[in-house]
Design a protein around this ligand. Sequence first.
Ligand code: SAM
Length: 219
Amino acid sequence: MLYIISTPIGNLGDISQRAIDSLRAADLIVAEDTRRTINLLKHLGIGKKRMTSFDRHSERRKTPYILAELKEGKNIALVSDSGTPGINDPGEYLVKEAVAAGIAVSPVPGPSAIISALVCSGLLTGKFTFYGFAPKKEGEKRRFLEEMNGRKETKIFYESPYRIEKTIKLIAELIPESRICIARELTKMHEEFIRGTAKEVFARIKDKNLKGEMVIVLE
Ligand code: SAM
C-alpha cells in the first residue's frame, strides 16, 4: 500500500496520530528531503527508518523501484517537506503510475496551506479553484490574473514573499474593489491574515517588506 501522508505546514502539533503510526509502520519512507523528514521523525520519537529521497529531479528515475517494492507487498509512506504531498510537491507522478499499475493508494490527510488559507479568508468556500504558484514574469502574471478574473468562484494561489508586493499591486490595478486575503505564516508564531479590497490590502503591505510563506485568496 502506498500511503500519502500530510505533515505540518509550520506547527508540529498538527501531525496526526495516524500519520505518526503510518510513518512508524512503513517499510520505506519516500521523502522530498530526507534531512527534513529525519528531523520530523526525531521530534516524533520514531527511530531510524529505511528512507529514500524523492524530488522533482529524481521522481521519474525512482518511481519504477518504488513500484517494485509496492508490488512485493511493502507499505510505503510518501511525505513532502510540509503539507500534503502532490500539492505543488512531489507525488503526482508516483500516484499516477501506482494507480496505473493497480497498486492501492491511501491518504493520511492533514495540513495543506490551500485549505487552511481558504477557510480563514472570509471569502466563499463552496466553490474554488487552486492555481499553484503565480508565474514569475510580469506579463505572464498579468495574463494569469486576467484569466482568473473572468471566473466567478474563489481563486487561490501561492506567491513568494519576493514578489508579493508587485503581485498585489497588479491585482489592485486590475480589480481594486475585489476582496482578497493574504494568508501568511499559517499555524506559525507570526500567522497573519491581511483582508480587505485589493486596493486596501496593497496600501497596507506597500513598503512593508512582507516575509514568510503566503497564500493569496481572491473573491
Ligand atoms: N504541499 C504543500 C501544502 O499542501 O500546503 C505546499 C507546498 S508548496 C511547494 C509551498 C508553498 O505553500 C509556499 O511557498 C507557500 O505559498 C505555501 N505555504 C506552505 N506553508 C505555508 C504556511 N505555513 N503559510 C502560508 N503559506 C504556506
